[in-house]
Ligand binder design. Structure first.
Ligand code: 5GP
Length: 226
């Protein structure tokens, strides 16, 4: 977390992210969002198309949280008047600084045409995922996307890359606003695996009943004395 400034090991998180990301990328493919996913190979690996990654993190926000709340003093949970797209330059050493279209054009990180495709795809992904998560009692607060160029001869076409999982999304329970994402780790809330399992379970990726279906974040918090 925080560009590798905070580190920890969470057993089973990679397996859950692999399943969740497979599910989401497969559905995005079905609605015509081109992406790098080919197939999941096993619990921890997937086969993907090789792309030249665009060095920009694309953040889509529906509700104020995280760095936007901090930077602009807007209370977390405030519904934004419209969806906001932000760009960050992918550079861990610099702490992924926020950038504008002007920087992207001036430094040639992506062409105007590519930026048009990227923002268009980001909005389509947001519309689709907001509906998908709303249907399972989850608010899609914000998320991060990455894109790459898929080369066909000399022509590079923009496709969605990276992963979509609770690591790069803020997912809040609709009823309780319970965090079901990486903020549990970032903010020392505990119950990371339970939260990721709950997302997977609601997406229909884990069997109902049995150990995996139990989300008991309240009792988890009590056990930790919080
Ligand atoms: P914020 O700018 O508020 O910290 O993050 C906005 C959204 O983008 C959050 O959903 C967060 O998870 C995601 N995000 C931003 N930067 C990164 C990153 O470097 N890695 C991951 N996994 N997610 C990120």
């Amino acid at each position: 977390a925080f560009n590798a400034q905070k580190k920890g090991t969470i057993n089973g998180k990679g397996v859950l992210n692999n399943r969740i990301s497979e599910h989401i990328f497969t559905m995005l493919d079905a609605i015509g969002v081109p992406n790098h996913f080919i197939r999941r190979l096993n619990m921890r690996e997937q086969l993907i198309r090789q792309v030249e990654i665009v060095p920009i993190e694309v953040v889509v926000r529906n509700i104020a949280a995280g760095s936007l709340s901090k930077r602009l003093g807007i209370e977390e949970g405030t519904k934004l008047p419209r969806t906001i797209i932000e760009y960050y330059y992918k550079d861990d050493a610099l702490g992924d600084p926020m950038i504008s279209d002007e920087h992207i054009a001036a430094f040639g990180w992506a062409s105007q045409e590519e930026m048009h495709d990227i923002s268009d795809l980001a909005i389509r992904v947001n519309d689709f995922l907001s509906g998908l998560f709303a249907g399972i009692g989850i608010k899609l607060v914000d998320f991060k996307l990455e894109f790459g160029r898929l080369f066909d001869n000399d022509f590079g076409r923009i496709i969605l890359a990276d992963e979509i999982s609770p690591d790069g999304c803020r997912l809040w329970d609709t009823e309780t606003n319970e965090r079901l994402d990486k903020d549990r780790f970032r903010r020392d809330l505990g119950g990371e695996v339970e939260a990721y399992q709950e997302v997977a379970r609601r997406l229909g990726l884990l069997p109902e009943g049995g150990d995996h279906s139990v989300l008991d974040l309240d009792s988890h918090r009590k056990r930790r004395g919080k």
